[in-house]
Design a protein around this ligand. Structure first.
Ligand code: ATP
Length: 903
């Protein structure tokens, strides 16, 4: 255990108003000069302004925020790869940029936050370690109004999620879906999926304010593979985006948003008390259990965890009070220390192998001892069939030998004439007993009489209790045949080599056939065995929420549900107009109006992101082509070089080092090509990550735009009748790269259906990922090394690697596949039953041909049934998200003509 202090990073959102707080940072820390207005003259201290000094490890200058995000992610990721738990927690007032820091901005890849960076680093590192088997799993928890929600599965009810604390103080959250992910793209898809499910609201200071705390947990298990497997490193990374503290006088919150603010402020104030308690060594009680947030974070605050706090402040003069309060909180956090140690878990299979080796060595050791003690017939290995048969015949001889029937016990008449059975070892003794049992059963089966056992301690057994009927009810240790050879002495252990005069069973004819109690005993044993096997098979089952592997299976959960559910709730609610009497245009027309009207900001963002996504794909395609061309040229140059080398050796002998001009040129060209290959390969890796990220952003924008449109439509024209399937599910992203997580929304007819058709197959889906594959660059590729670029796998070329990493792997069940096919869209990571979202609008006119697909409709109906069945217990957040609240839309300040946000 090593004591480690919490690290604090200060990160400032730039001022919106040209007025800002003056930060000065030097080695001592950050100094904040409180100023009134310094417009036009930033950095100039006004007379009488107060100066505050805070000391933090790292002051984030906005110009270098990418490096700080990258470095902060790397800090905990590196620790996690060594088995240390880590936490990064964003704290600060509302609007200060916590979500921006954790998840990233919505504009571009460069703005991605700490979570996507951490995921990228984890998978890059895993790829560079071929000697390690890694398992990465993800959970995404939301704490909203003091209730727990699963952001990866919104059908899970809060009461199904609970916090457990072990006697050693280890806190775990049970009931959450655990998604095992195999690539960065899969993990990113889940992040975006969860983000979309998060409850957000709008107030004066932030149009997209998180109304909940979220904890994105990455669990890693790293296990060495190969001849001598070692211990497993298990680590947990908790990436926490807290809801922002807010002064309601500033945020002008009302209604539900105000109530949410109450919960947020209360839980943050308990967090402060916990931090105060942890910093005060004299305090013996820290109120971790006073709020769900502090209870869940217990191990991250002062536990076995390396913790980094990012104090987010808003560098605006109007926010000085909140900035100072955040800095004070961060200062207190610096006093908290954690006891950290690497989590090393023994690999049970490796342990078994180790013990087997140990047993073997001990057996050899024993054999040597026996040889020295002249005990040559001790056997430590299991008996073979031949040995067993031989032993049985000896036991038989013993039982039927001279004096049989006369001897009635050790010392009885005739006993001295019986050749004793020597016992060499415990194993030998057991085998003799087994042989007795075998013979006994054989005798019973062949209709013979069961030999009677002598009464324990008595010379002979009274007939009434000695028959087989009595045997069944006898205690196990007294049952034949074991009792016959039951060795003397406590515990029945007989020293090896001791001769035991086995008591001979009187062969009297008084024994009857096996009685019912024997049969009952056998039945009970069988039942026991059955129970045991049932139990063990039950143990192997997975608890709900501990899904492994089938992360996104088409089993009724998945990416599209959140949206679909919300959309369904609109449809199910029937028609009720906010503006009853207004003639509603058809929804596709309305959607077009919405995109140039109230939804133009999001529509523009979507358009921009789509353009960036397309640019990324084009670049990836160019890079792929150039890599493949380089590879082809390298192959032919290599062949030519080999040929020239062979000729040179033939003509001038083995030792000749003199190259002619052509061979020299070839060598130079090979070197040049290798450099270009490596450079382009690295760039392709980066571009690939960017494409995955931008795809997620596009999908997220797409969903949000649809959702906002649905809310706006309802407010403006009232709820559409249930059979009006015209628009909610219609895509706002008709381009080939579009589509929600569920495999793309159907292409709207007003766009000519281009999207749906173009995404019909892999060759049209991802331009750059469809060129022919090439074998890996064998000798020309750089050798894999830690931290270096991993060359393409032997099974595929650079191009196929790119396509794989884009994650277009079908993870959904048959329903997902059917829906995807119906959709004409390629399956996406996180698909699961996601295509539901694309099917919602199929009822009439939304999806063109696809609507007629019986498989798709069957899938849709099944999903709808599932949702309706669960409708009674929907999480409040998801329902709430679909419903404009009093604080929004018409009434809330700042809402204006914007559609009501999810609240
Ligand atoms: N460094 C930055 N550069 C550019 N824009 C930023 C930066 N930080 C924050 N923003 C912008 O400020 C706004 C508020 O940011 P964000 O939603 O991340 O704040 P928050 O602290 O999470 O707020 P809340 O607690 O209300 O959820 C967003 O529009 C975001 O894009």
């Amino acid at each position: 255990m090593v004591a480690s202090s919490v690290r604090v990073v200060l990160r400032a959102r730039p001022s919106d108003h040209g007025t800002q707080i003056n930060y000065q940072s030097d080695k001592k820390g950050v100094s904040i000069v409180q100023q009134k207005v310094i417009e036009g003259r930033p950095g100039v201290q006004q007379p009488g302004a107060q100066n505050y000094q805070f000391k933090f490890d790292n002051v984030l200058d906005t110009a270098s925020q990418e490096q700080v995000y990258e470095a902060t992610a790397a800090e905990v990721v590196q620790g996690a790869l060594e088995g240390f738990n880590g936490t990064i927690m964003c704290y600060g007032q509302t609007g200060a940029g916590k979500t921006f820091t954790m998840s990233g901005g919505k504009q571009n890849f460069k703005q991605r936050g700490i979570i996507p960076r951490a995921l990228g680093q984890i998978f890059t590192e895993i790829k560079s370690r071929p000697d390690v088997a890694a398992k990465v799993s993800i959970q995404f928890l939301e704490i909203y109004n003091e209730a727990l929600y699963d952001l990866l599965d919104i059908t899970t009810q809060p009461h199904e999620i609970s916090i457990y604390e072990s006697s050693r103080g280890l806190v775990t959250v049970s009931g959450l879906r655990t998604a095992v992910v195999g690539s960065e793209a899969e993990a990113l898809a889940l992040l975006f999926e969860g983000e979309t499910n998060r409850v957000i609201g709008e107030h004066q200071l932030n149009r997209e304010s998180s109304r909940s705390h979220s904890i994105f947990t990455i669990t890693m298990e790293l296990k060495p593979i190969g001849e001598a497997p070692g211990d497993v490193l298990v680590s947990k990374l908790a990436l926490v985006d807290l809801a922002g503290s807010e002064r309601v006088s500033k945020t002008k919150s009302e209604g539900l948003v105000l109530r949410e603010a109450g919960h947020i402020n209360k839980s943050l104030s308990i967090l402060e008390q916990v931090i105060l308690g942890l910093g005060d060594k004299g305090r013996d009680h820290v109120p971790f259990r006073s709020s769900k947030l502090t209870h869940v974070l217990k191990n991250s605050l002062g536990g076995n965890c390396r913790t980094v706090l990012i104090a987010n402040v808003w560098a605006d003069a109007a926010q000085t009070d909140e900035t100072l309060s955040t800095c004070r909180f961060a200062q207190r956090m610096l006093r908290v220390t954690c006891e950290v140690s690497a989590n090393v878990v023994q690999d049970s299979s490796a342990r078994v192998r180790q013990l087997e080796r140990q047993v073997q060595e001990l057996q050899q050791e024993l054999s040597m001892h026996d040889a020295m003690a002249m005990r040559s017939n001790v056997q430590y290995t299991p008996y073979s069939d031949v040995q067993r048969t031989e032993l049985r015949s000896r036991v038989m001889d013993f039982l039927m030998g001279e004096g049989a029937g006369a001897a009635s016990g050790p010392g009885g008449p005739g006993a001295e004439s019986i050749e004793p059975l020597e016992l060499h070892s415990l194993r030998h003794m057991r085998e003799i007993l087994l042989a007795c049992r075998h013979l006994y059963r054989e005798a019973l089966r062949s209709g013979g009489t069961a030999p009677r056992m002598p009464a324990p301690g008595g010379p002979s057994m009274p007939p009434a209790t000695s028959g087989p009927a009595a045997l069944g009810s006898a205690p196990p240790h007294a049952r034949p045949p074991s009792a016959t050879a039951s060795p003397p002495g406590p515990g029945g252990a007989t020293p090896p080599g001791v001769s035991v005069m086995a008591a001979r069973r009187p062969g009297s004819g008084s024994a009857a056939s096996p009685g019912p109690s024997l049969a009952a005993g056998a039945a009970a044993a069988a039942a026991r065995e059955r129970r045991w096997s049932e139990q063990s098979s039950g143990d192997g089952g997975l608890r709900p929420g501990s899904a492994s592997g089938g992360v996104l299976g088409g089993d009724g959960d998945g990416a599209g549900v959140g949206l679909a559910e919300r959309l369904l709730s609109h449809q199910a609610a029937g028609s009720s107009g906010a503006a009853a009497g207004v003639v509603a245009p058809d929804r596709l027309t309305a959607l077009e109006d919405y995109k140039v009207g109230p939804g133009q900001l999001k529509a523009r963002l979507l358009g921009e992101n789509r353009a960036k996504l397309r640019a990324g794909k084009t670049r990836a395609k160019e890079l792929g082509l150039s890599i493949n061309a380089a590879k082809r040229e390298l192959d032919s140059l290599k062949a030519r070089e080999d040929e020239m080398k062979r000729q040179r050796v033939q003509q001038r002998g083995e030792g000749s080092q003199v190259l002619d001009a052509e061979e020299y040129d070839i060598l130079m060209r090979i070197r040049e090509l290798k450099g270009a290959y490596k450079e382009h390969y690295n760039e392709l890796q980066m571009t690939k990550s960017e494409v995955d990220y931008m795809q997620g952003l596009v999908d997220q924008c797409n969903k949000e735009l649809l959702l906002e449109f649905a809310e706006w439509y309802e407010r403006t024209y009232g709820r559409p009748p249930a059979d009006d399937g015209g628009g909610y599910g219609g895509s706002v992203d008709g381009d080939y790269d579009g589509g929600g997580y569920g495999g793309g929304l159907p292409s709207p007819p007003y766009r000519g259906g281009a999207g749906g058709q173009r995404s019909a197959g892999p060759s049209s889906a991802g331009g750059p990922y469809t060129t022919p594959t090439l074998p890996p660059l064998a000798s020309a590729s750089p050798a894999p090394s830690r931290g270096a670029v991993t060359p393409p796998s032997p099974s595929g070329s650079v191009m196929s690697a790119a396509s794989g990493a884009s994650g277009f792997r079908v993870l959904g069940g048959p329903g997902a596949a059917a829906a995807t096919a119906a959709n004409g869209a390629r399956p996406r990571p996180g698909a699961g039953k996601a295509p539901l979202s694309s099917l919602v609008g199929m009822g009439a006119g939304g999806g063109g041909d696809e609507a007629s697909s019986p498989e798709a409709m069957a899938y849709y109906n099944a999903q709808q049934g599932l949702l309706l069945a669960k409708a009674g217990g929907h999480r409040p957040g998801s329902v709430k998200k679909t419903r404009p609240t009093p604080g929004f839309g018409t009434g809330s300040p700042g809402a204006g003509a914007m559609p009501a946000r999810r609240t």
